[in-house]
Design a protein around this ligand. Sequence first.
Ligand code: PEP
Length: 254
Amino acid sequence: EGTRPYLLGGNWKANGTLATLRALIAEFNAAGPIPANAEVVIGAPFIHIPECLSSLRSDIEIAAQNCSLTGPGAYTGEICASQLKDMGVTWVILGHSERREGFGMAGEDSDLVARKTKIALAEGLKVMFCIGEKKEEREAGTTMDVCASQMKPLADILSKEDWANVSIAYEPVWAIGTGLTATPEMAQDTHASIRQWVSDNVGADVASAVRIQYGGSMNGANAAGLLAMPDIDGGLIGGSSLKMDFFSCINSVP
Ligand code: PEP
């Protein structure tokens, strides 16, 4: 809406091979221009980041899908924020529900996600900070309690200046990868509550400037309705970002 440029993030997760992603990059590169009021970022697997940096059109920025809680050092298997920044990565997706869940490993709690966010910002990365409720939580009417508890450690740890480089990705867990999208009205309602929470807990200036992306089965067919809503400032797009449908989402910005 107005002064907030739309932010369209793709989240490739652990999908693709070098060959399939090269083919997709070629298609993205051949697609038309990106609307002037849209910022586009692809969250690539760590190993595919160099290929994206060298081959993907320069008007699409690159995000990592996670970063370490540590700095550089003896942390086998970790990738730290300063290393991402050094490569030319400009964004990182943090606190995705899949990482919070942990898929069989220890999941990430809101305190940890907030600390990772602080580190990433300190290294000069921008952060898509993911929040969102599960199906049972929506049904129990606790959606905003869940979102608030996920944002509280972040509000406690960030300075006002930090918020300039944060986008909140509201991703109802029941809508991720399920084909079930929140209706534009349902999403708008939660986005407005999230913005109100930021206003009450961080500041009205931050609340009016912060982007709030919607995520959860967004695609070229439903993006226009969602993006038309006053508090929906973009999308975080999983499945559709692995196809040319991603550009249909991008071209759906009002
Ligand atoms: C996501 O994982 O961030 C996401 C929104 O996935 P999908 O678009 O596939 O639901």
